[in-house]
Design a protein around this ligand. Structure first.
Ligand code: HEC
Length: 133
């Protein structure tokens, strides 16, 4: 083997080794559930918003920024009418928020946003994002 070819082989081995070391310790070493995000065809950069995401951003967000308690109440009642499977507290959380809004307690109503987001948002985004809303 010529020296030239020999060093080319060594460089190749070196790159291969570095790649393997990076793979073992780097971001590709995560469990499949973390790396293989389901592609819903919506919600990611450059895609249209997913149905509920779009609704939340337009209807729900504008109801809260308007500070109109009646609008917030009716938006939360709409959410209450659409319980996804397996999310047992969805309806109760939304109804409680709607009741508070009806009494003019907007901060109390907003607590329902956080309760539901903390409990279900991640799960919803992983499994139900493309569902109609
Ligand atoms: C019972 C559940 C529930 C309640 C109550 C709720 N949300 Fe949401 N919200 C969700 C879920 C689930 C998502 C994720 C949808 C998605 O991204 O596909 C979401 C997403 C959002 C988003 C979009 C965020 C983003 O990054 O795209 C906004 C804004 C939002 N909610 C505002 C509110 C506000 C304001 C309230 C209260 C007045 C509220 N939500 C109440 C379940 C709820």
């Amino acid at each position: 083997m010529s020296m030239k070819l020999m060093s080319a082989v060594l460089v190749g081995v070196g790159i291969g080794f570095a790649g393997a070391a990076w793979a073992a310790g780097g971001p590709t070493d995560l469990p499949a559930s973390v790396t293989e995000k389901k592609d819903f065809g919506c919600g990611a950069k450059g895609q249209k918003p997913c149905p509920m995401q779009g609704w939340m951003k337009s209807v729900m967000q504008s109801a809260t920024t308007s500070g109109d308690a009646a609008k917030i109440a009716s938006a939360l009642e709409y959410v209450a009418s659409k319980p996804p499977p397996g999310m047992a507290k969805w309806v109760a959380i939304s109804k409680e928020g709607a009741e508070k809004a009806k009494k003019g307690d907007i901060d109390g109503a907003k607590a329902s946003c956080k309760s539901c987001h903390d409990l279900y948002k991640a799960q919803y985004k992983d499994s139900l994002r493309d569902a109609a809303f």
